[in-house]
Design a protein around this ligand. Sequence first.
Ligand code: FE
Length: 296
Amino acid sequence: MTAAAQPRFEGSYMGAAAKISAQAVMECKICWTPYDPAEGDDTRQVAPGTPFLALPDDWSCPTCGAPKEQFMVLDDPGSDTARIAEDLARRSAALVAEFTEIYHAKMRDVPLCNTALHVQAIGFRMHEGRPLGVLVAPWFMNLVQLPASGEDWSHLTPGAKEVQGFPSGEYEFLHNTRGALGGYKACSLFSPMADFASQRQAVEVAEAVMAALFDPDAMEETDRAADIRAAREAELAARADEDAEAAARRKDEETAAAKAKILASSPSRRAVLTAGLATAPETAAPDTAQPAESEG
Ligand code: FE
């Protein structure tokens, strides 16, 4: 703070206006008169819902006439929210910057990259104190978890596996570290990204993933799904035998339809998570179909 600015800010917010949220309740430090944005100030025709920071510059304490600068924060229910949002924005931007650089430095000319896509962080939120969201890149879509603020993950062993529980089930995360970014944990959702026609489609799927992750109804029933699939395949095979050549064409159509139906019924956690918005390539196991695994 400069010497020139000092006389202006004598209250507890000391000129740090950015730290006060729109919900901040302020108090005159001379006569303790509060300003509650929910109530406004009818002595000065200030409408309810007016944040303290939106008050006119010449607004003063309705009781003692002290200027705005004499007010201090009494209670600010919005400050945590604002601080968390700021932290999430800063950290997801760092993640995007890091992977954008990787793309330009190493991945841009690799054929598996989908050039319709770019690096983007989607749906980042705090989960158990740590940022969690989806990172979309031209060569992968991963669920990414970052350390809590003050937590050091730089010691993580790249490639180490960790299973984490969410309301929709358990997911395997791979540990990783990367230069300026430090440590992070990633759960592979898609790789490569050839099935996505546009960034918009990838973003929609990523948003659906974040919603499904926390939805207990998206819980995968692996064994049951496998049973259903086996039963249907047996049924289709029996029917094919009976009908033979005459119905071959019709059978192919039915098989295709049945397969599509089975695929939609929950063959994999990724399909469950993406709610049919995109189907994961059947061969794209998280650990094998990622030539650039160390980059994800
Ligand atoms: Fe006052």
